[in-house]
Ligand binder design. Structure first.
Ligand SMILES: NC(=O)c1ccc[n+]([C@@H]2O[C@H](COP(=O)([O-])OP(=O)(O)OC[C@H]3O[C@@H](n4cnc5c(N)ncnc54)[C@H](O)[C@@H]3O)[C@@H](O)[C@H]2O)c1
Length: 368
């Protein structure tokens, strides 16, 4: 591999065009990456993605041509959700590095196969979301793990909006508000509090029909959720999420401990600083956002950095699997009304900033 990371992308819709490409173009300006081949089943994307704004050298409608291309090092998977597992798997099998949008796979079986493959594959696997990379998240993690709010007892996480009017797949099996939105909160909470043990709650469909891409369709997935998660030592969290929320003014994450409270302002994918209450201080400390331009697509910078420097990514596929199990079990809660046990686990991240090889993720400059 040359020092420049050669990118192939599968799925050239909204997120590829409006989000990841911004970071990729910045990396390109520094000669850190090359945009080699783009793929979409919609042939009409060709003119756009091979044009000057995106600059891919080739276009194909067959993702196999991307994952097997000899001149591709990194495959970015930004298709609709149901295709993620299949494309990510083929890319890992072909020895590529992979960044796959969330969810990593839409079934636990597919997710398990990816975790297994990632253990032995030549390439790294980075599953979105990338919330653990945000400087604000990492500062809050250190407060929590330094004992600044004591033992955590309760937590709340929040993210929602009125829902996309494109992509019918958002509302079909394999989609849903937990895979699209709640997933950020669940990654955040489990990153802070460790593996979940049990889930319960109220999970359902509030809006039975929607107009998507100009057509009326039946909604076949969750769009309205209060998910309760039990962690070790009877620490409980609730995630409120849905395609049923027009606007909100509430912190993304709140954690209540034996000596204080910490809360993230803004959203966990777009933090706006945080607030800390400590009983022995007796006042709220407000920490303004230190990195207002932090992009939620930062995983691409991180992966390029890891490839160029040969360091293991912060992202843990076993964590992504755990989150998918939580969501699958939450759907079962919605159907049966019964609490469900979570069987999987993962090693909680270490964001302490200690200068070990594994803490290389704390450096965000991919030129390093
Ligand atoms: N839209 C958002 O705000 C947002 C934010 C964060 C993450 N995401 C995630 O990003 C992914 C893409 O979302 P989007 O909003 O860009 O969707 P989109 O529908 O705009 O784009 C998906 C693209 O994938 C293409 N595609 C589907 N199957 C394919 C295949 N087999 N091979 C090649 N191309 C294929 C579609 O033709 C489409 O162009 C989703 O997984 C979503 O969860 C979306």
């Amino acid at each position: 591999m040359s020092n420049t990371v050669r990118i192939g992308v599968v799925g050239c819709g909204s997120v590829m065009q409006h989000a990841y490409s911004r970071q990729i173009n910045l990396l390109k300006q520094r000669d850190l990456v090359e945009t080699v081949v783009a793929c979409d089943i919609k042939e009409e994307r060709k003119a756009l993605v091979t044009g000057p704004e995106y600059g891919y050298q080739r276009f194909t409608t067959d993702f196999e041509e991307v994952v097997t291309a000899a001149d591709v090092d990194l495959v970015l998977v930004t298709t609709s959700m149901r295709e993620h597992g299949m494309v990510a798997r083929a890319a890992l099998e072909a020895g590529k590095h992979v960044l796959v949008e969330k969810p990593m796979a839409s079934t636990l079986e597919e997710a398990a196969a990816l975790v297994e493959l990632a253990r032995t594959s030549k390439g790294f696997l980075i599953p979105a979301p990338h919330v653990l990379l945000s400087p604000t998240y990492q500062k809050m993690w250190r407060h929590l793990h330094n004992g600044d709010i004591g033992t955590p007892y309760l937590a709340r996480a929040f993210y929602g909006w009125s829902g996309p009017n494109w992509g019918k797949w958002f509302y079909q099996p394999g989609g849903g508000s937990m895979f699209d939105l709640g997933v950020y909160n669940i990654v955040s909470l489990t990153g802070f509090l460790g593996p979940a043990r049990r889930v319960s709650g109220l999970i359902g469909t509030a809006i039975q029909q929607r107009v998507v891409e100009g057509e009326l369709m039946e909604v076949q997935t969750d769009d309205n959720v209060h998910l309760c998660i039990e962690f070790a030592h009877n620490c409980y969290a609730v995630v409120t999420t849905g395609f049923t929320i027009q606007r909100y003014r509430t912190p993304a994450i709140e954690i209540y401990g034996s000596k204080g409270t910490i809360q993230m302002l803004g959203d966990d994918w777009d933090p706006d600083g945080y607030e800390l209450w400590q009983n022995d201080v007796g006042a709220w400390k407000v920490f303004p956002e230190s990195d207002p331009n932090w992009p939620w697509t930062d995983g691409i910078n991180h992966l390029v950095h890891c490839i160029r420097n040969g360091v293991r990514p912060l992202h843990d596929p076993a964590h992504a699997y755990h989150v998918i199990e939580i969501i699958e079990k939450a759907r079962l809660v919605g159907k049966t009304g019964m609490a469900q046990t979570i069987e999987s686990s993962f090693s909680p991240p270490n964001l302490s900033g200690e200068k070990t090889e594994d803490a290389a993720h704390l450096q965000h400059d991919p030129t390093n």
